[in-house]
Ligand binder design. Structure first.
Ligand code: MTE
Length: 303
């Protein structure tokens, strides 16, 4: 059996006492498709760190979204013309329910939850972000993955007319479209979410509107933005950064302070808004929840 049910993680286990709370009101994820910067209603809240939130202003202006350019300010500056409505997601490969799903189809059955997660970029900086989303596994199960679907490949949007970074040539910034992948049991892990918003509002274009992945125990480049395709596959897919530079970027890309990458030791990080460096935590602080996924693997080698 290749598709494992998600491990049962009681929220209280990863939420500092006194911070965890559950809200009862529920209006449904439909609200998420009304427009950008619109208010969202979440049904529950899971706070996985007692660290202070990174201010919304920093989260929405200091971004990595190479489709709009390689500077941190490019996405916020250049993403205004990007049309993330209407939107649809193609579901392909080894599953019982392939097809084209509108954003409404995707979101409708899922109640949105607030998830406060650490985010650690492989470049050595980090943030704490309150996302609004739902478990990725809950969506994937709806498409009935086959037993030989061992990986999921995700593809981001390709629209060079609307995305200045994709239009750049000689050399191209990255091999487009941006692709990412997860092993199916990683994708089914309850901490992996699809986010439709942050700070209680629908995602702005620069943060990956209308729907993006958030995998908090991996380096930020795995949390790809503006998803247009999900494909269930048997073989490990190549991700964009690996294709661009396999010496620097791996498939697993689990946050690991003991495994230096060629660009950086990875032992410490700079929290955006702070002066002093912090020690980086194994699996970005989520080791208790996710380390069983990698039992027996050499995490230094299989970066
Ligand atoms: N997704 C796409 N499609 N294109 C990108 O360039 N950059 C990644 C990831 N997702 C990227 C992407 C990187 S390197 C990081 S650190 C995070 O998005 C940053 O997310 P944020 O800008 O919303 O904080």
């Amino acid at each position: 059996m290749l598709i494992k049910p998600p491990a049962d993680i009681p929220s209280s286990e990863i939420t500092p006492k006194g911070v965890y709370m559950r809200r009862r009101e529920f209006l449904g994820a439909l609200v998420a498709v009304t427009g950008f910067g619109d208010q969202l209603t979440t049904t529950s809240k899971l706070v996985t760190t007692s660290d202070a939130l990174t201010p919304r202003q920093a989260v929405t202006s200091y971004c990595n979204f190479y489709e709009f350019g390689s500077a941190k300010s490019d996405a916020a500056q250049n993403a205004g013309a990007f049309k993330s409505k209407p939107w649809s997601v193609a579901v392909e490969g080894l599953c019982g329910k392939p097809g084209m799903y509108t954003l409404e189809d995707v979101l409708k059955p899922h109640a949105l939850e607030e998830r406060v997660y650490r985010m650690r970029c492989v470049e050595g900086w980090s943030m704490v972000i309150p996302w609004d989303g739902f478990p990725l596994g809950d969506l994937l199960k709806r498409f009935q993955p086959s037993s030989n679907a061992r990986y999921v490949e995700f593809t981001s949007v390709y629209r060079p007319q609307e995305m200045a970074g994709q239009g750049r040539r000689f050399p191209a910034l990255l091999p487009w479209p941006y692709r990412e992948g997860l092993r199916i049991d990683e994708a089914m892990h309850p901490l992996a979410i699809l986010a439709a918003g942050l700070y209680g509002e629908t995602l702005l274009n620069q943060n990956g509107a209308p729907l993006r992945l958030v995998v908090p125990w991996k380096y930020g480049f795995k949390s790809f933005k503006s998803i247009v395709r999900i494909r269930f596959v048997e073989k490990q897919p190549l991700n964009t950064w690996q294709e661009a530079n396999a010496d620097y970027y791996g498939f697993y890309a689990n946050v690991n302070p003991e495994a230096p990458t060629p660009s950086y030791s990875q032992a410490t990080e700079r929290r955006i808004g702070e002066f002093f460096m912090r020690r980086t935590l194994m699996f970005n602080g989520y080791a208790d929840q996710v380390s069983p996924l990698y039992a027996g693997m050499n995490l230094r080698k299989l970066y």
